[in-house]
Design a protein around this ligand. Sequence first.
Ligand code: FE2
Length: 289
Amino acid sequence: MKEIKHFAWDASHLSEIDSIWINGSEDMETIIDMATQSLHHFGFAFLRNLCLDDKESTAARLTLLGENLGSIVSQSPRGELVEDVCDFSDVEAEDKRGYRSAGELTPHSDPSTLIALHCLQPAMTGGESYLVNVRSIHDHIAATDQTLLEELYKPFPHWRVEGSHGIAQAGPYETERPVFCENNGRVSCVYYRPFIELSAQTQQIELSETQVAALDLFDHFSRSDELALRTTLQKGETIIVHNRSVLHARTGYQDWPNAQDRRHLLRLWIDAPERFPVHPQHELGDLFA
Ligand SMILES: [Fe+2]
């Protein structure tokens, strides 16, 4: 497949981006082709009518989509391939992972190459998803402060979540990893600031003033309304995000009064290094293998 140029979109391109919904009722080969092109160009793909109504057939259709894009990988030591994204904070006090609560999630990348989210039930209010283009964050930082941009290409501490690579204990990685990498002119990003800070803290490393300033500038642009593409997923809508090209976030939300009506998404993590190659330092592979 020929290289498709990545489009450095921001919020002002919303009208153009609105017209790119993919019809999910097409045959799988056509859907994969269109989704791949959209992922190369925008870093995301929006699909409607991909799935049937009941949860089991929806999960099966999502699984087929994921298997055609790459390899579906587990999202926790529990090993689920299709994960429920729901507010479980009332029944699972032990689970600290943000996607199992109703709170806000700030812009970050998940570890896998791709994340697919399918909406079974939106929230009563809130729960807006927003996407931010890595290339746009990068170029705004470049225009503001070249030294801080260069800092983000240097290694930062990072964190190994529990269960990764067959080990039971969470902890800091031995090697460090840059926030930005470049491969064939394409910028990629791995970003979740709490893990950078947790890793530094655990190793008793103090981040330098320049590192903190670089992360602050990154956060400033990643949370800027001028860059974010905002959408609230409706029932039956699916979004696929290339984690190295686009960060995702979610506003907090309020659920419907009945527990069976609570906001409910299905999520896949897909490893696809051949289809979407990035710099080796940003190939995270199967985290829970
Ligand atoms: Fe996430």
